[in-house]
Design a protein around this ligand. Structure first.
Ligand code: ATP
Ligand code: MG
Length: 341
């Protein structure tokens, strides 16, 4: 059975999706889960976070491309009409921790996903094979790695790649920044995700191929994460506090359509975290290809950085637990998990 597939999605760019997926993937691995991190953003930033340039070059410029089936190379036979999806070659990050490698060429899949979408309504088998390709690749990746969870990074738009990626997902987490753009973005995101869910439900019964398993397309909203790194620090705190206070109601109305009035932002059960600007720790982590909470004095984390690194660990551990609670993910050290013998 495929483990929970959790997508991190916002059509607004630069809010911190990729950094979140990267850090949470490491945190779940540290907490004892087997993890697949999947890069379904054609910008491939998640892949670049995990791998250094030498390795990227080796993979992307390999002439015998079959050696490294990136996400794009997995779906390429389907695109060229010579077959169905190919099995992924996952990049091993650690034992039980793998990356489904991203690929800049993935943008070439957008048009095909767009044109096959209406064809599902005409009961065309190929249309269902194309639209479900991401889910089938993710399921294979999970099975190869015996994964407990799959975390998916997406690009910032409401295009056909993201529609297929969300259909492949059981859960959606929405990272956002406390500003007008993010709030306006939610007004597109909420209705669009709901429409995609409904349109997929309408298509599922029209699948003509009994042997072709399809995703359920639940894309259940888990909650939102506010990332404050985007806000300008020369602006008074009040300026972004105003947006923080407005997020709960907008999220309620636009994304989950529950009309409960929330008194204060900090009481909002949909708010999974409010993450700070991690200052120089973020570039330090990127340079070392490590999550912030693995930084050591040799990486430059000295002095006041030491306690800052511990604080980041605490933030991400709490966030990982909160998301796990809402996605029925059993963490080995959670009270729900069986104690080891
Ligand atoms: N908590 C943080 N503290 C400091 N910097 C951060 C934090 N989170 C993200 N950043 C930085 O902000 C920038 C944007 O982050 P990231 O690439 O994760 O966003 P994104 O939403 O994935 O962007 P895109 O929409 O382009 O995919 C990056 O340079 C990243 O290093
Ligand atoms: Mg990104």
């Amino acid at each position: 059975m495929t483990p929970p597939i959790i997508a991190f999605f916002n059509n607004k760019g630069g809010v911190g999706k990729t950094s979140l997926v990267y850090h949470l993937a490491w945190m779940y691995y540290d907490l004892g889960l087997k993890v697949v991190a999947a890069d379904l953003d054609p910008q491939a930033n998640l892949t670049a976070a995990f791998l250094d340039e030498g390795r990227l070059e080796e993979i992307w410029e390999d002439s015998d491309a079959d050696n490294y089936n990136t996400v794009f190379r997995c779906i390429r036979p389907l695109l060229s009409g010579i077959g169905d999806i190919a099995a992924p070659n996952l990049e091993k990050i650690d034992d039980g921790f793998s990356l489904l490698i991203g690929d800049l060429q993935l943008s070439g899949f957008e048009d095909e996903l767009s044109s096959q979408w209406p064809d599902c309504l005409d009961r065309k088998e190929r249309a269902f094979r194309v639209i479900s390709a991401f889910w089938r690749v993710l399921s294979q990746a999970a099975s190869i790695n015996s994964a407990d969870v799959v975390l998916v990074d997406l690009g910032p738009n409401l295009g056909a790649i993201n529609r297929a990626a969300l259909i492949a997902s059981d859960y959606v987490v929405v990272p956002l920044s406390p500003d007008l753009f993010s709030l306006q973005g939610l007004k597109n995101l909420g209705p669009t995700v709901r429409r995609w869910r409904e349109e997929w439900q309408e298509r599922i019964p029209k699948n003509p191929a009994p042997d072709l398993a399809l995703p359920e397309g639940k894309m259940q909203p888990v909650g939102y994460i506010i990332l404050q790194h985007g806000v300008r620090f020369d602006r008074p705190v009040k300026a972004f506090q105003k947006w923080i206070e407005r997020i709960p109601n907008t999220y309620n109305t636009e994304v989950i359509q529950e009309d409960k009035t929330v008194l204060t932002a900090s009481d909002d059960p949909n708010r999974l975290a409010l993450l700070k600007h991690y200052q120089s720790l973020m570039p330090m982590a990127q340079e070392s290809h490590k999550p912030i909470f693995h930084l050591k004095p040799a990486d430059g984390a000295i002095g006041a950085h030491v306690s800052a690194v511990q604080a980041v660990h605490k933030d991400f551990k709490a966030l990982a637990h909160k998301i796990a609670d809402r996605t029925k993910l059993l963490l080995p050290n959670s009270p729900l998990a069986l104690e080891p013998e």
